[in-house]
Design a protein around this ligand. Structure first.
Ligand SMILES: [Zn+2]
Length: 354
């Protein structure tokens, strides 16, 4: 099965009411762990690479590793997605590499830090949509600004600052003007492990305060405007399981009290229109904990396989759980995958912007 346009994966998920995790990768072990979980649970999957990941893997390595994943897992619909593209050029590079989906994050300027104007966001997103859709490639956009910084990307908005949440009316206008296929909404989640500034009296982190009702409001407005079941994207949606933080700290790590988005909040969102859930931090925690454990328990070992194998195993277990919790499991065989060419034809017949 060739890689499929992400739009198809999201639309199929919308039909049956489940969510699909988008898991960040940088290397072979991460790709293998995620693909093993997808294959065993029969889950469609979105694998995503940030600009940092593309740099780290020197572009071509990541592309070739993904080609291997496709060959090894013919039963699994896989979309390869660019996470937080910062410019038209970056998106174009990813599309040239064979990505079947790109995110144009025009909520920030090209530096990935300064907050952009609405007009800038509409303009740059619309240009990417035109270029991508001609090639059958899906476009995710972002409206409102997420908190935190991820891979050097982010405005560093404090996690308790709610002035940058997505405006539901603006969301409709934005989709009408740009034709983007799915929208990342700012609902109070933030990137990284430290998503909350709320602690109990013992210093334990409390879950972040989320504006989940925005999901419902955006979906309702989108439906009224003629976009039923419009796919929304939740960024910064690692749950930061406490047992993973504990493993990291037990074996010499020094993480502060951390807390992510509770799974029941994500599931609440999935019931109301969230189709793509971005998970990066949890995978990092699983890998780091497993490697630290080997280093502390077996300081005599020095073969990288001795710690990369358990790291890969820990990530596999984590992702398998997510695929079940998001409801993705069991849906890999539900549909015949579309090619980018077929999707490009479909876009031609349905001019998306007004
Ligand atoms: Zn993000």
């Amino acid at each position: 099965m060739p890689m499929v346009p992400m739009k198809q994966i999201l639309e199929e998920a919308a039909k049956k009411g489940y969510g699909v995790g988008a898991y960040n990768v940088n290397n072979m072990e991460q790709i293998q762990a995620i693909m093993r979980a997808a294959n065993e649970t029969k889950s469609p999957v979105i694998i995503q690479a940030s600009r940092g990941a593309l740099q780290y893997s020197n572009l071509i390595y990541l592309k070739k590793l993904m080609e291997a994943a496709v060959i090894e897992n013919p039963e699994v619909p896989i979309a390869l997605h660019l996470d937080h593209g910062n410019s038209f050029e970056t998106c174009k590079t990813a599309i040239g590499l064979g990505f079947t989906s790109v995110m144009m994050d025009g909520s920030l300027m090209e530096d990935g830090k300064s907050i952009a104007s609405y007009e800038y966001n509409v303009d740059v997103t619309r240009r990417v949509v035109e270029y991508a859709h001609e090639r059958g490639v899906t476009v995710e956009a972002e409206l409102g600004c997420l908190g935190g910084i991820e891979d050097g990307h982010g405005a560093g908005i404090a996690v308790d600052d709610d002035t940058h949440l997505t405006d539901p009316d603006q969301a409709v206008d934005f989709v009408q003007k740009t034709g983007c296929d799915c929208l990342a909404v700012a609902i109070g989640t933030s990137h990284g492990a430290y998503k909350t500034l709320r602690y109990d009296k013992d210093g334990n982190a409390l879950p972040p305060r989320l504006a989940l009702d925005r999901i419902e409001q955006v979906e309702k407005k989108m439906e009224a405007a003629g976009y039923p079941s419009y796919p929304l994207v939740m960024h910064g949606s690692s749950s930061v399981p406490q047992e993973l933080v504990e493993i990291v700290n037990k074996y010499g790590g020094k993480m502060k009290a951390a807390m992510g988005v509770p799974m029941q909040d994500i599931q609440w969102g999935i019931e109301r229109g969230v189709r793509k859930i971005n998970v990066d931090t949890d995978g990092r925690l699983a890998i780091t904990g497993a490697i630290r454990k080997v280093f502390i328990e077996h300081p005599e070992k020095f073969d990288p396989r001795d710690y990369l194998k358990p790291a890969r195993e820990a990530l596999y277990e984590l992702i398998k759980g997510k695929m079940k919790d998001f409801g993705t499991a069991g849906h890999a065989g539900d549909y015949a995958p579309m090619t980018l060419e077929e999707m490009a034809e479909l876009y031609k017949r349905q001019p998306a912007t007004v």
